[in-house]
Design a protein around this ligand. Structure first.
Ligand code: TRP
Length: 456
């Protein structure tokens, strides 16, 4: 192995490297932008009363999400292994303990659980591509669109089929490796998604209810804000940025030395937040224009957007393209959700990437039937947070991701020595100081405070 001129042996990753700084940013953006922005953000905001929730969410993204993301990338790049092995290695190297690997293990598990339901919803987007293309929504009324959705998710065989199809697509790409194909897909998809969101926004503005939508999203009514909604906002910040579970750590492991971690994080956070806010701005006016309920839940996008497309000129075309893009966005996220588990199996059990992917993929597919059945056969079987789907979602977004983020910032801020982190973040200037302040104090204390208040 060649040692680099600085004298300190830098590790390299087993799985190859990103071809450029842009490739890394595109891959992380591809993982961040997904159903979280367009499907989840609007319905969670709607269920939690709008304005105040959105404000807390934005604060969480900036003061907690940003430092956690930077911490994950720097840990990943320093370890250059899968998240479990990286945490173990750095834990020992920094004079603490190899048990830090448990943070990685929790992340691997979170990724598996999240993808088990993510894939079901992504399957809905595949089905909606077909429904859109065949004109099911052309000129349809709110009732008809609602009935179409209800009939579809009420049929477990139908949504089980699309869940299976989506998992097959995800397994296919992950089995083939990190780089191939992915960069091109994201390079095209994110801008195209932005353009279509703008088309929808235009329609929303013309609906006459734009003001009401904006007011709902941005007028904070703190009386409606409970600790539960604050936790939901924190969980959503983690979910939408793909942080707290080692996915970004796994991607960081393939990052070239010279790339600026701060710059890359800022770019991803900005793009991701912009798309979520645009989705909200497009959807809420339509909710009010059609007399729908913002607190309607997971069906919200699937009931509002087809309605809007059904009424605009060229709607069949736009609607088809929109759901294709959304399926793509979900696909690039699914890849990130599997990456920690797959990288771990490849390294730990010495398997090929294809073997590891098929094993993990089939496991996730099977667990996914808990969610498939949550919308029909088991819809009335509720416990703790609700259906099986509600429980998996609550456990992962509201508990596992924040807890993972808490431990990651404690590790980067307190366990790693100053030299190690400043070496990765590349400066001792004010940006570094700001990160360290956020990672040592603001993020961990903030997360802990919200978790304690919401859970007790
Ligand atoms: N951020 C993704 C979205 O908004 C979902 C997600 C959560 C994710 N954690 C992840 C994607 C880890 C990739 C890797 O849709």
């Amino acid at each position: 192995m060649l040692s680099n001129p600085a004298g300190d042996e830098k590790r390299t990753s087993l799985h190859g490297h990103w071809s450029s700084r842009m490739a890394f940013i595109l891959a992380v953006t591809g993982s961040a932008v997904g159903l979280g922005n367009i499907w989840k953000f609007p319905y969670i905001a709607g269920q939690n009363g709008g304005g105040a929730f959105v404000l807390v969410y934005l604060v969480c993204v900036i003061v907690i999400g940003m430092p956690v993301m930077m911490s994950e990338i720097l840990i990943g790049r320093r370890g250059r292994r899968n998240p479990i092995a990286t945490m173990e290695l750095l834990g020992k190297e920094e004079g603490s303990s190899g048990n830090w690997r448990l943070v990685g293990s929790m992340g691997v598990l979170a990724g598996i659980l999240i993808l088990s339901y993510y894939s079901v919803i992504a399957g809905w987007t595949l089905a909606y591509v077909l429904k859109s293309a065949t004109g099911v929504f052309a000129g349809a009324s709110a009732e008809a669109v609602g009935a179409e959705f209800g009939g579809f998710v009420g049929n477990w065989k139908a949504i089980g089929f699309y869940h299976t199809l989506f998992m097959a697509l995800a397994i296919f790409v992950v089995a083939r490796g990190v780089e191939r194909g992915l960069e091109q897909a994201v390079r095209f998809m994110v801008p195209a998604l932005l353009v279509l969101m703008l088309v929808l926004l235009g329609y929303s503005i013309s609906s006459g209810y734009f003001g009401q939508g904006v007011a709902f999203m941005f007028t904070p009514d703190f009386d409606k804000l409970t600790w539960d909604s604050v936790l939901a906002a924190l969980g959503q910040a983690f979910f939408t940025l793909s942080i707290g579970m080692g996915a970004i750590m796994a991607y960081g492991a393939y990052l070239p030395e010279e790339t600026s971690i701060t710059g890359a994080s800022a770019a991803v956070v900005t793009a991701d937040t912009a798309i979520a806010i645009l989705a909200g701005l497009a959807i809420f006016p339509l909710v009010f224009a059609n007399g729908l309920d913002p607190a309607d839940g997971p069906g919200l996008v699937f009931q509002t957007l087809p309605l809007a497309f059904g009424q605009m000129p060229g709607g069949v075309f736009f609607s088809t393209i929109f759901f294709v893009l959304l399926a793509f966005a979900a696909w690039t996220s699914a890849i990130g959700l599997m990456e920690p588990a797959v990288a771990w199996i490849v390294e730990h059990y010495n398997r090929t990437r294809a073997q590891a992917t098929v094993f993990i993929g089939v496991l996730i597919w099977a667990i996914g039937f808990g969610t498939v059945l949550s919308f029909n056969v088991l819809a009335d079987t509720t416990f703790l947070a609700g259906t099986v789907f509600d429980n998996i979602d609550y456990l992962t977004s509201n508990i596992m991701l924040p807890l993972g983020g808490l431990l990651i910032t404690i590790f980067a801020g307190w366990v790693m020595c100053r030299n190690s982190t400043s070496d990765e973040l590349g400066s001792a200037g004010s940006l570094y100081k700001a990160w360290r302040l956020l990672a040592r104090f603001v993020a961990p204390i903030g997360i802990l405070f919200v978790l304690i208040n919401a859970v007790t």
